[in-house]
Design a protein around this ligand. Structure first.
Ligand code: CTP
Ligand code: CA
Length: 226
C-alpha cells in the first residue's frame, strides 16, 4: 500500500451530477438543443470520484468518455433527465446541476416526419417550458441533498446568478460568463464566480479539469458544515 493517500474530502458520500445538453424531439428525425459539450459536468464527476465520492453522472447526448469509477446514466430529453435526477437524488448527499437543460420543448412531438408546405407561409413552433430540475431537487422537504447549480450568463453575471440562487433555493451557485472568449459552453477552460448566502468568490480562468478540483473541494467543505 502506498504511503501517499490523496485527501479524500468526499469519502463515503454520494454525489449526483447532471451534465451536457438535453435534446427535445420535434419529430422522429429532428430536435431542439444547445452547444453544451458536457466537459464541466464530466470534469466534476471525475474530481468527485477522485475525492472518494460514489458518483452518478446523468448525461445528455455528449461525446465524452465516462470517467473511471463513475456510474453513468444516459438520457436524451429534459423530462427523462428530470426522472433520472429525481431517482438518483433520493439516495445522494450532494446534487450538482451542471447540465444545460433546454428551457423549452416542442408542445407536441410529431409521430411522423413533419413535411414542409408548398406555399411560403410562415411556420410557427409551439413550445412549452421544461421543469426546472435543480430547483425541483432544492425544493424538497425530505431527502434534500446539498444542492449546487450553475448559471450561464452574458451580462450582469453575479447579479443574475444571485437571483437564480435565491429563486431556486440553492445552497450554492457557480456563475459562468458565457460571453467571454475561450470560456464556458464548448471551451476546455472556464472562469467562474462561486456564490452562496455568505458572499461570492471569483475563481480565475483555468482548465475545466483544474476548476473541477477546486469546485469539488469548495462543495465538500460547504456540504460538510450543513
Ligand atoms: N436548470 C435545470 N432545469 C432547467 C433549467 C435549468 O435544472 N429546466 C439548471 C441548470 O442545470 C443550472 C441552473 O438551472 O444549474 C441555471 O441554468 P440557467 O440556464 O443558467 O438558468 P435558467 O433558470 O434556465 O434561466 P435563464 O436560462 O432564463 O437565464
Ligand atoms: Ca436556461
Amino acid at each position: 500500500e502506498s504511503l501517499f493517500r490523496p485527501q479524500q474530502s468526499l469519502a463515503g458520500r454520494k454525489v449526483t451530477i447532471t451534465a451536457g445538453p438535453t435534446r427535445e424531439a420535434l419529430d422522429p428525425v429532428r430536435y431542439l438543443s444547445n452547444h453544451s459539450s458536457g466537459k464541466m459536468g464530466f470534469a466534476l464527476a471525475a474530481a468527485a470520484q477522485r475525492a472518494g465520492a460514489e458518483v452518478t453522472l446523468i448525461a445528455g447526448p455528449v461525446n465524452l468518455a465516462t470517467p473511471a469509477g463513475v456510474k453513468r446514466v444516459d438520457v436524451t430529453g429534459a423530462l427523462e433527465m428530470r426522472d433520472a435526477a429525481e431517482r438518483a437524488a433520493d439516495l445522494c448527499d450532494i446534487f450538482i446541476g451542471a447540465a444545460a437543460v433546454a428551457d423549452f420543448r416542442p408542445a407536441e412531438v410529431a409521430e411522423q416526419k413533419i413535411k414542409k408546405r408548398d406555399d411560403n407561409s410562415e411556420e410557427t413552433l409551439a413550445l412549452i417550458k421544461n421543469p426546472d430540475i435543480v430547483a425541483g431537487i432544492a425544493a424538497r422537504k425530505e431527502r434534500r441533498p446539498f444542492t449546487v447549480g450553475f448559471a450561464a450568463e452574458t451580462e450582469k453575471v453575479v447579479e443574475h446568478a444571485q437571483g437564480k440562487l435565491a429563486r431556486k433555493k440553492l445552497d450554492m451557485i457557480v456563475a459562468n460568463d458565457v460571453s467571454v472568449a475561450d470560456s464556458g459552453f464548448n471551451s476546455d477552460r472556464n472562469a467562474v464566480t462561486v456564490i452562496d448566502a455568505n458572499g461570492s468568490m471569483a475563481l480565475p480562468s483555468a482548465l475545466k479539469t483544474e476548476l473541477a478540483e477546486q469546485l469539488i473541494e469548495i462543495i465538500a467543505a460547504k456540504a460538510q458544515k450543513q
